[in-house]
Design a protein around this ligand. Structure first.
Ligand code: FAD
Length: 398
């Protein structure tokens, strides 16, 4: 891998920066920079703005309607968007189910969903985890039984993120309850189909992005089977590796570290700025080094994946990125000092907006609620303990 930055890529960065400056609505950026969960309407609007320019499928090849950008350009693009406060693109659509459909799905599925994902017309929930099947996904119990031209689905999923504002769910089901992993298939389900019930789970930061999803004799057409029956486990592994790589969230790490630097430049501790306290500054410098290492690891992973690597790059990135995010969050909370005693719930929540926030610095809201939510980064996308075992087995050959 060549670490020299091509001048053409530098020019590309300028082009992206200008585009984002001219097209990202400022009020949308202000909302996103607060670190609360993104709004689906913002995500939809931003996806459409990008799609008009032909830039929504940044990680998709041109034959799928994507940009066909090199890994370094995808990296630059994500960096510029995130730092400017653009809402994230729908990772479930663009980085999880989209590539699965495009690689393994029927021509009809590709035709139906490719353009809708690119234009932000369809958003997705990931229906994998169940109350007794998280790390051990192979134990899932939700069934899909063939009945004429439909599958009839029964069972329960849990922790289904953002499904409350999605249109579709990709669901792992057992089409052969006797077989373990070979009995698993992946089907697409309309979130509003009769028999689908969604129950919110309110997280520790008092936000609603998590859900339980119940399937009670839900019918989905057989044409919504992804690939072949019984191959769902293979597709899920492919998808999970991408999810883990995404869970490294290096652009989020980068922005949060920049916010931490700004915070430490304002906050006072014993009459001086926190950033001037040697102990704090040394720990901050260590995080900067960790971030640089994560950036290079991410780039390397993008290139390795292109070359069809067998390395568990997703697991490596997931462990490093999620732990860094938590460390940055801890220092942000430390830098907030007394203001971290109050968590400033999401102002878009009606119940909260009536009560309002206590007085405090403008930079405080968003930090504690996000810090609390990010305790989950070492769990979602596959618990880090499990990722360490994958790394030990496949990379270190232990
Ligand atoms: C905020 C959040 C969002 C999520 N979003 C989604 C989503 O959109 N869709 C979805 O399908 N799922 C989602 N999940 C679920 C997530 O994938 C699971 O929580 C995760 O895989 C762990 O499974 P579990 O919760 O059942 O914990 P368990 O599997 O019960 O594990 C609990 C703990 O036990 C330990 N452990 C378990 N097995 C092993 C092992 N083999 N080796 C070593 N240690 C082990 C680990 O420490 C682990 O953290 C989300 C979870 C969270 C917290």
């Amino acid at each position: 891998m060549n670490f020299d930055i091509d001048p053409a890529d530098l020019a590309f960065r300028e082009e992206v920066r200008t585009f984002v400056r001219e097209n990202l609505p400022p009020e949308m950026a202000a909302r996103t920079l607060r670190n609360y969960h993104f709004l689906r309407d913002d995500q939809r609007e931003w996806t459409r703005i990008l799609n008009k320019k032909g830039w929504s499928g940044q990680n998709w090849p041109q034959e799928w309607g994507g940009t066909g950008w090199t890994p370094i350009r995808q990296f630059i693009f994500e960096d510029e968007c995130f730092m400017a406060g653009a809402p994230p693109i729908d990772t479930a659509g663009f980085k999880m189910i989209g590539p699965v459909i495009m690689n393994f799905g029927s021509a009809a599925l590709k035709q139906e969903f490719g353009p809708k994902i690119l234009n932000g017309d369809v958003f997705w929930g990931q229906g994998f985890s169940e109350p007794n099947a998280g790390s051990d996904l192979g134990s899932l119990r939700t069934t899909a039984v063939r009945d004429g031209d439909d599958y009839v689905i029964n069972g329960q999923k849990i922790w289904t993120s953002y499904v409350e504002t999605a249109e579709m769910i990709f669901v792992l089901v057992k089409t052969d309850p006797e077989a373990k992993q070979r009995g698993i298939s992946m089907v697409l389900v309309d979130k509003n189909a009769p028999g689908v019930t969604i129950r919110p789970i309110i997280d520790i930061g008092e936000c609603h992005t998590l859900n339980e999803v119940f399937f009670d004799n839900v019918r989905t057409p057989v044409r919504y089977l992804v690939g072949e029956e019984g191959k769902g486990w293979t597709y899920a592994k492919y998808l999970l590796d991408m999810e883990r790589a995404f869970s490294a969230e290096w652009p989020r790490n980068k922005r949060y570290l920049a916010q931490l630097r700004a915070l430490a430049g304002c906050a006072r501790s014993n009459g001086r700025r926190l950033i001037d306290a040697p102990g704090f500054a040394a720990r901050l410098a260590q995080l900067e080094i960790d971030l640089q290492a994560l950036e290079w690891l991410t780039l390397r992973a993008l290139y390795e994946r292109k070359g069809g690597t067998t390395l568990p790059v997703g697991s490596l990135l997931k462990v490093r990125g999620s732990e860094l995010l938590q460390k940055i969050g801890e220092m942000q909370v430390e830098a907030l000092g007394d203001h971290a005693a109050y968590f400033y719930a999401d102002p878009r929540d009606q119940a909260v907006s009536d009560v309002g926030w206590p007085p405090g610095p403008a930079y405080a809201p968003g930090i504690v609620a996000d810090y609390m939510y990010r305790r989950a980064t070492t769990i979602y996308g596959g618990a880090n303990e499990v990722q360490r075992t994958i790394i030990a087995k496949t990379f270190l050959e232990l």
